[in-house]
Design a protein around this ligand. Structure first.
Ligand code: FAD
Length: 485
């Protein structure tokens, strides 16, 4: 480096350091809090403190949903649990509000804060057991990073296809993917995890140690009870899979019949087959249906099973492709680049019984043309190996499917319009569903969110919240409350 550039850089670094060190931020009650005290307590080997004036700060902003993006006053990039303990202690002493961030894909920005963000994204190491039956992973790892490592050993965890989703937020909220009917939700393969609790203890949690916390964090773990620092998962052996896509464009009448056939078939199909149904309305009023998914069973059985749908109506397109599991992740991941961010809104429902014809037609009549896609995820299979009360994830028994409504847009000026359209649509279709919702597809508009997400498990979750976090240190707009209102 030339001497002049070196001097310029050094002066800039000094200025930044001086600024950061004199920087004071605001506590939840408006008091001035010096960031220097946090920097002094944190060994740089354990973690890095970033404030907005730091050169690197902007590189670590970012959330999948740009609608929810906030600029924190301080971000701590943690390398280990010790850094998490230090950041937490500082936040408590100084009453600085905080959020914890893993993969940053929360639909409603629950990993965003204007105070402190405890950021685990650099804790993304993955260590396989010698026999590849399990692995330990840092809390900041992304699903794609995990698949890349474990698939080389011929094993997987059952989780979503989007490679940039974080394993911590995903698996602690349930974690549905295209082999869920074969192997269950991601949380069903969680064996153990390390967590920093509100009182600063670092504990290992599993069936034997803190079993109540283990129960709670398989369905309601994200941002509620403590900061996870590493997780251990059991793996499942998977080689090639069959990815399929069957599509139709048809009238609402025929679409209603197809949807009802899918609803009867999907949760009862052989467990190896995991079909999703994507439904949208074209501007001309015709309905587009795409049954996509993956099978870990045999090709003849898959083709035989798909006849349940194709015999109702011949499809416009039909494909079954054999590919390695990693190929299927890329095939369904769907994005050209890895780190896409968008303006988006989603909502969800649970379907507990197959619709009659008028319910299917009623739903389709409310679906706005061209905007919102409804994605039905098939349940049943191994998801039902647990009962609703066995883990905090409360939507297993008698569940036909979850359905997610999704819309994204490019121009922030469109936000109010898109949000209103989604609200109006959702209000109009809620009567066709059970009232439940999936906490991994959070929706800030949802009245009585805690009951919708956790149903009959809410009372136990509230008790556990009071045991481990009585001062509600870990909270976001839809966290487990200390009391049921
Ligand atoms: C493009 C996309 C595709 C998706 N596909 C699927 C899918 O196929 N199946 C499915 O089930 N879901 C899917 N989801 C939803 C996804 O599972 C959730 O958004 C999940 O919470 C994201 O986890 P994260 O770690 O990336 O998010 P973050 O935003 O980092 O965190 C999510 C939640 O976890 C909490 N949290 C973060 N770090 C920690 C920590 N260290 N300890 C404790 N809590 C923590 C946060 O407080 C927040 O409440 C998808 C989401 C997106 C955006």
């Amino acid at each position: 480096m030339k001497r002049r550039s070196f001097l310029q850089l050094s002066a800039q670094a000094l200025l930044t350091a001086t600024f950061a060190e004199s920087l004071k931020i605001r506590s939840a009650f408006g008091a001035e809090v010096p960031v220097l005290s946090l920097k002094q307590q944190l060994d740089p080997a354990d973690g890095q403190v970033l404030v907005p004036s730091d050169h690197d700060f902007a590189n670590y902003l970012g959330a999948f949903n740009k609608r929810t993006l906030l600029t924190p006053q301080v971000r701590v990039l943690c390398h280990n649990a010790k850094a998490v303990v230090t950041a937490l202690q500082w936040a408590k002493e100084n009453q600085v509000p905080l959020a914890m961030r893993a993969g940053g894909h929360s639909y409603e920005g629950f990993s965003q804060s204007t105070g402190l963000v405890i950021d685990t994204r650099l804790m993304n190491q993955i260590e396989m057991s010698a026999d590849a039956t399990s692995f330990v992973v840092g809390a900041g790892a992304l699903l794609g990073e995990i698949y890349d490592v474990v698939a080389r050993r011929g094993v997987v965890i059952p989780a979503g296809s989007c490679p940039t989703v974080g394993v911590t937020g995903h698996s602690t909220g349930g974690g549905y993917g295209l082999i869920a009917r074969g192997f269950g939700l991601a949380c069903d393969s969680l064996l153990s995890f390390e967590m920093v609790l509100a009182d600063g203890r670092v504990v290992t949690v599993n069936e034997q140690n803190y079993p109540d916390l283990f129960w709670a964090c398989r369905g309601a773990g994200g941002g509620n009870f403590g900061v996870m620092t590493q997780l251990q998962f059991r793996t499942h052996r998977v080689g090639n899979v069959f990815s399929f896509l069957v599509s139709w464009s048809t009238t609402p009448d025929k679409a209603a019949t197809l949807m009802r056939t899918w609803q009867s078939w999907a949760p009862t199909a052989p467990n190896g087959i995991n079909p999703l149904l994507k439904v949208s309305k074209d501007p001309n009023g015709r309905i587009s249906l795409r049954c996509i998914g993956q099978s870990i069973g045999t090709e003849p059985i898959l083709r035989q099973e798909l006849k349940r749908l194709t015999e109702v109506l011949p499809p416009g397109s039909f494909s079954v492709k054999r590919m390695p599991f990693l190929g299927a992740v890329k095939y369904f991941g769907g994005r050209e680049t890895d780190n896409v961010t968008v303006y988006m809104k989603a909502k969800s429902d649970y379907l507990k019984k197959v619709w009659d014809n008028s319910e299917a037609l009623g739903f389709l009549s409310q679906l706005p043309p061209g905007e919102i896609v409804a994605i039905f995820d098939s349940y049943g299979g191994a998801i039902r190996n647990f009962r609703d009360a066995d883990t905090a994830f409360a939507h297993r028994e008698n569940t036909v499917s979850s359905v997610q409504y999704y819309v994204e847009w490019a121009d922030p000026k469109d936000t109010p319009f898109k949000l209103q359209k989604m609200r109006t649509f959702h209000d109009s279709v809620r009567p066709y569903f059970s009232g439940g919702a999936y906490s991994n597809y959070p929706d800030i508009d949802l009245p009585n969110y805690a009951r919708a997400y956790w149903a009959g498990n809410l009372e136990r979750l509230v008790q556990i919240k009071n045991s481990y976090d009585p001062s509600n240190l870990f909270q976001h707009a839809q966290s487990v409350p200390l009391r049921i209102s």
